[in-house]
Design a protein. Structure first.
Lengths: 369, 310
């Protein structure tokens, strides 16, 4: 059966396609360049790992390491004496939880010094002496809790009625802060490497020169490269946010449209910076150095892993002018606070400014050979 | 005969110092295979890249089928099929994807399948470029040029580094293109390749054409179609070169590491005289051959150097 069918299908092939002179449509070059670029990316396992898998591993690792835990139970040492046992019972009777040991004075102080205990309590006829370390938050906390418990058990009545509600909502945790930052950093990494490195590699291979020797429009080539970045961007955004939602119960408050639009602006901005770093470099070694040089300040200052507000006020304007800071802030405001794009005008303007400035300079300096 | 490529007074100076070309003129006819010969650094690649519109000459002009790069770049690009020296195509694309990509740049390309068939790449159509052998890669480079359905084919050292079989395969492809009415400009530093393929050629050295014509014209101009090569021992006298030069029918003498080469018109007159002279010198003949003069001899005669200094 198979042998009989084969000649028929091949005859159809040669009738249908090969003999007619094929005319290429206007966007044929663009679509072929885009498809070729996507195939190359897909066939490069390193790219798939660094662009898609690595950020997820980073989110998973940091999300677990810095997950929010209930506060530690304070550990206390009571110096042995006539009232020690009484104190112990008073502490256990209250609503607070403590880990308590009764020790000899020297022993208690020694272990307190080594950090084994948060607080040392000495009981005498007049009352209590607390030995605590004001530089250790858990020590300060233990002192106030112990004081609260002992005063209450001694019969203190609070003049005010207060209510406390426990609240650990998604949105305020470290992972919620982290994922938009990782998204911004990933868009920067893949934009700079995906455009800058790819172009210099093609220049070094004399492939750019070979393309320019054909009737290919240079604008089609750059457009295809940009389009491939945008397609990748959508996958990156979907993967990271989807991961956050599924694994860490993250809540996305802003609209997906705004998030994708921010992603586009970011991807194009960093694509432009990548183009600029690649405009003259002849060797991939030199462009690698250049890309790292451009990205380094943003890794440190732009609030990927921790808030940039910890840096001195003097350099805050500089930090806020960086494109990754603008992107991270806008992503956090949109994803975590549900801010509308209208409120992100200044940040979008910073991104657009960096993007268009680098595109203009890059196209002026760009070398095709 | 129609002129395919004409260039006059091409000069190219890099960084205002290095003179790569110093006033180069060429006329290449439609339908011929024209060779640019010269040692490395002679200016072959600079010339071909200026003709391809990839480099601006410092001065001089180029016309291709009466069009200039300045006015008709897009049309000219449609007409040219180009294989650059040392282009490394994307390794992660297959052979067919690569040819189809290049085909998409032209208004009316040839079908990719037909090109693959013609260059014997059909079996490798779905292989990644990175997995091809040197000869297959070189054929693929020519395929990306031929898929354009060009009027002129530019090949910059298409056979460098290929094994003899792959070279012959490429020669057949070039001849077929020419038979179908195409014009070819190729650079090479293989003399035998130039002699077999080219209708006419120009020898370039230090950025100038130092000789041009058909291969047999050039060999004729050497004076003497034959080369007598021999070596002797027992003569340490430098003046012996004058003895050889004075022999009957000798046009020129060259010595190379003990081997003496005489360009002669009539070996049957020169050889007896040579044997007598050797005996008179009290020397002993170690080795004697005669052969047809080649372009290599022309080149060495003109420049005092071999084409390939390995």
């Amino acid at each position: 059966m198979k042998a009989e069918l084969q000649p028929i299908s091949s005859a159809l092939d040669s009738d249908g396609r090969s003999r007619l002179p094929k005319k290429n449509a206007r966007w044929s070059a663009y679509s072929h360049l885009l498809i070729a670029r996507m195939r190359e990316l897909q066939r490069e396992p390193e790219i798939v790992f660094w662009v898609f898998v690595f950020p997820l591993l980073l989110a998973l690792g940091l999300g677990i390491a810095f997950r929010n835990k209930p506060a530690d139970v304070p550990s206390l040492a009571i110096v042995a004496g006539p009232s020690a046992q009484h104190t112990l019972e008073a502490l256990r009777g209250g609503s607070w939880k403590f880990r308590v040991d009764i020790l000899e004075s020297d022993d208690a102080l020694n272990r307190f010094r080594l950090g084994k205990y948060d607080l040392v309590i000495v009981a005498d006829e007049q009352g209590f002496t607390y030995r605590y370390d004001p530089a250790r938050p858990e020590s300060v906390l233990a002192r106030s809790q112990v004081n609260e418990a002992l005063q209450t058990s001694a019969g203190r009545r609070d003049p005010l009625h207060t209510n406390a509600q426990a609240s650990s909502e998604p949105g305020a945790r470290y992972i919620d802060f982290l994922i938009p930052g990782l998204l911004g950093m990933n868009l920067m990494n893949s934009g700079m490497w995906g455009v800058g490195f790819a172009l210099v590699d093609m220049r070094q291979r004399k492939l750019l020169k070979r393309f320019v020797a054909t009737p290919m429009r240079r604008s089609d080539f750059l457009l295809a490269l940009t389009s491939s970045r945008l397609i990748l961007m959508i996958i990156e955004v979907g993967l990271l946010l989807g991961f956050g939602i599924l694994v860490f119960n993250m809540r996305v408050l802003g609209s997906w449209f705004s998030i994708i639009l921010l992603g586009c602006t970011g991807a194009i901005c960093f694509g432009g910076l990548g183009l600029l770093t690649a405009s003259r470099a002849q060797k991939i070694e030199s462009v690698s150095g250049l890309i790292n040089l451009v990205m380094m300040p943003m890794w440190i200052f732009s609030g990927v892993f921790f808030s940039y507000e910890r840096f001195p006020a003097l350099i805050q304007p500089f930090i806020k002018a960086l494109p990754l800071t603008a992107l991270n802030d806008a992503l956090r405001a949109t994803i975590l606070e549900g801010a509308s794009l209208r409120t992100q005008g200044l940040r979008l303007l910073i991104l657009a400014g960096w993007g268009s400035l680098s595109f203009v300079l890059a196209l002026r300096w760009f070398r095709w050979s | 005969m129609a002129t395919a490529i004409e260039c006059r007074g091409l000069r190219k100076t890099y960084d205002g110092k290095v003179e790569a070309l110093r006033g180069l003129d060429l006329d290449i006819h439609a339908g011929e295979c024209f060779g640019l010969l010269g040692p490395n650094g002679a200016g072959k690649t600079t010339t071909i890249e200026i003709l391809e519109g990839l480099l601006q000459p410092t001065s001089g002009h180029v016309r291709i089928f009466d069009q200039t790069w300045h006015e008709n770049e897009r049309t000219l690009r449609e007409w040219l099929g180009i294989s650059l020296q040392e282009t490394r195509l994307s390794e992660k694309l297959t052979v067919r994807e690569t040819v189809e990509l290049f085909a998409s740049f032209y208004r009316q390309p040839r079908p990719a399948d037909a090109i693959l068939e013609q260059l014997s790449l059909t079996e490798k159509a779905d292989t990644w470029v990175g997995k091809l052998s040197g000869g297959q890669k070189q054929r693929l480079a020519v395929a990306t040029a031929l898929v354009a359905n060009p009027r002129i084919l530019f090949l910059d050292e298409p056979t460098t580094g290929l094994d003899p079989q792959s070279r012959r395969q490429l020669w057949d492809i070039i001849r077929t293109f020419q038979k179908n009415g195409g014009t070819i400009l190729l650079t090479t530093h293989y003399m035998d390749e130039a002699e077999r393929l080219c209708d006419r050629l120009a020898i370039i050295d230090h950025g100038e054409v130092i000789a041009a014509g058909t291969p047999s014209e050039l060999i004729d101009r050497l004076g003497g179609h034959h080369v007598v090569e021999f070596s002797v021992n027992g003569t340490r006298n430098a003046q012996t070169i004058d003895v050889w030069a004075a022999l009957v029918g000798v046009e020129s003498v060259r010595t190379d590491d003990g081997l003496v080469s005489l360009n002669v018109r009539q070996p049957h007159l020169t050889i007896p005289a040579l044997l007598d002279a050797v005996e008179n010198q009290g020397a002993e003949l170690l080795h004697l051959t005669t052969r047809q003069a080649s372009l290599e001899d022309v080149f060495v005669r003109l420049t005092g150097r071999h084409l390939r200094e390995d």
